[in-house]
Design a protein around this ligand. Structure first.
Ligand code: PYC
Length: 457
């Protein structure tokens, strides 16, 4: 396994270098004494008064983020303008004063996993490392609207993971105990309480997969994923971060074990730091720097119904039936399932998925049989062997990864951005991501989160 982790020369020396900051962005910049762009421009604050004033003025709203000519050098280049890349750019600027940053995306902002996610938030994981990590993300999500001056529509709903057999009940109890020890609100509840929270669920004992109990996680909920992407983009732009859509990275220049720059379809860029924040293409981008990742990519399908009056006030997940469902503020039901059973880069939907989904949803909530699906889509999930992400430095100085998000990526956006920004700015791996390093696969320190996946895989 060692070769998977540290492809590139001088494995352990490079790891030590990454940990001690040889490839960190200069502290002078990190401390804000030297920013390479002007002080943040002040866009109008969004408020009811601003809305009225602006409506009366008849003027166009200023663009939330600007287009720029592609520069020839940046202090940091981030590959991937999804929630992870945009959050990292924002926290580099806001927390560390590093503003000479370009975020590149071969497609459009939020057009990958971040625009395809079912946007469920929770921190009821299985390992202490996972629970602490995702809980910090929940903490950041709770105040994100105020922090970014952007309504991200965070909605605390309560999150239920149903158990249909004894072994699932045991895992739910285990997760509840780990969660409580980390100060996260989770408990095991029985069918009567489940029925009180979700009256439309069929809890009768004579169904094919009777509901025996559930892990109940009151702080869990949903968010408007596009608003999160746009909010981070707008806030990063205020600091002078440049977002370049339609800019595909075609190569990464590495010499003497250090990153020198990236090549793109729009020209070459010199940079000492590249952060790979892609999903679906993470292995391909890493390979450009000579880094191999233990990741396989699978499609994950999702679907949405026509809107109906609000009746589902919790997020409901059934691992056994491979389904999760929540109701948006507009009334649509958003469904997802497990990843497709074969590795692929396809983002097409399948009839098989829609049929399986409908069967399982109706087993859970028979009253939904008359609802119509409006749309289905698919996103790409990078699965690691232990279902935990890969974050931090690599065997190549200046090449960082924030990848391997499986089906959990969106909920981790804020904490990942915060931690990766700190990692790059200081050259030290923050404690909160210390367990997620690439070296764990070679050293046998896996962080097994499969038992906390929303659905079985
Ligand atoms: O892990 O909560 C989750 C999740 C929901 C949808 C995909 N993954």
């Amino acid at each position: 396994m060692q070769d998977l982790c540290c492809a590139g020369a001088g494995e352990h020396a490079h790891w030590a270098a990454a940990a001690t900051g040889r490839n960190a962005v200069e502290p002078a910049r990190a401390n804000g004494r030297r920013t390479t762009r002007p002080a943040p421009r002040r866009p109008p604050r969004y408020s009811a008064l601003a809305l009225v004033r602006h409506g009366l003025s008849g003027k166009e709203w200023p663009r939330a983020w600007r287009d720029h000519p592609l520069g020839t050098s940046y202090d940091v280049v981030i590959v991937g303008a999804g929630v992870h890349g945009l959050a990292a750019a924002y926290y580099l600027a806001a927390n560390h004063g590093i503003t000479n940053v370009a975020v590149l995306d071969k497609s459009y902002l939020g057009g990958g996993g971040s625009g395809r996610s079912t946007a469920i938030l929770r921190s009821n994981y299985l390992t202490p490392e996972g629970v602490r990590f995702y809980d910090r993300s929940m903490e950041l999500y709770r105040t994100l609207a105020a922090d970014l001056d952007y309504n991200v529509m965070f909605s605390r709903r309560g999150h239920l993971t149903l158990a249909h057999n004894d072994s699932s009940l045991r895992t739910m109890r285990w997760r509840a105990e780990v969660n409580k020890l980390q100060g996260v609100d989770s408990e095991l509840i029985g069918p009567a309480e489940i029925k009180r929270l979700v009256p439309y669920l069929d809890i009768s004992p004579d169904t094919r997969y009777p509901i025996l109990g559930a892990l109940y996680h009151p702080p869990g909920g949903i968010i408007r994923h596009d608003a999160v992407n746009w909010g981070y983009a707008r806030a990063a732009d205020v600091y002078g971060v440049q977002i370049h859509q339609g800019t595909e990275v075609t190569g990464i220049d590495v010499a003497d074990g250090r990153v020198r720059g990236v090549r793109t379809n729009r020209g070459d860029i010199a940079t000492p730091v590249v952060l790979n924040c892609t999903a679906g293409w993470s292995t391909l981008v890493a390979a450009m720097a000579g880094v191999r990742l233990p990741i396989q990519t699978f499609p994950l399908q999702a679907a949405v119904t026509e809107p109906v009056r609000p009746f589902l006030h919790s997020v409901v997940v059934s691992g056994t039936l491979h389904v999760y469902v929540s109701q948006t503020d507009r009334g649509e039901l958003v469904f997802g399932a497990s990843v497709d059973p074969f590795a692929s880069y396809s983002t097409r939907g399948s009839l098989e998925f829609a049929e399986g989904l409908a069967t399982h949803v109706i087993e859970l909530m028979p009253a939904l049989s008359k609802m119509r699906l409006l749309r289905q889509w698919s996103g790409l999930c990078d699965m690691t062997p232990d279902f935990s992400p890969i974050m931090g430095g690599t065997g190549v100085d200046g090449f960082y990864v924030d990848v391997g998000w499986g089906t959990y990526g969106f909920k981790a956006g804020p904490v990942s951005g915060e931690a990766m920004a700190e990692c790059i700015a200081t050259g030290r791996t923050p404690e909160i991501i210390a367990s997620f390093g690439l070296d764990r696969f070679g050293e046998g320190r896996l962080v097994g989160e499969k038992g906390a996946a929303a659905v079985g895989h």
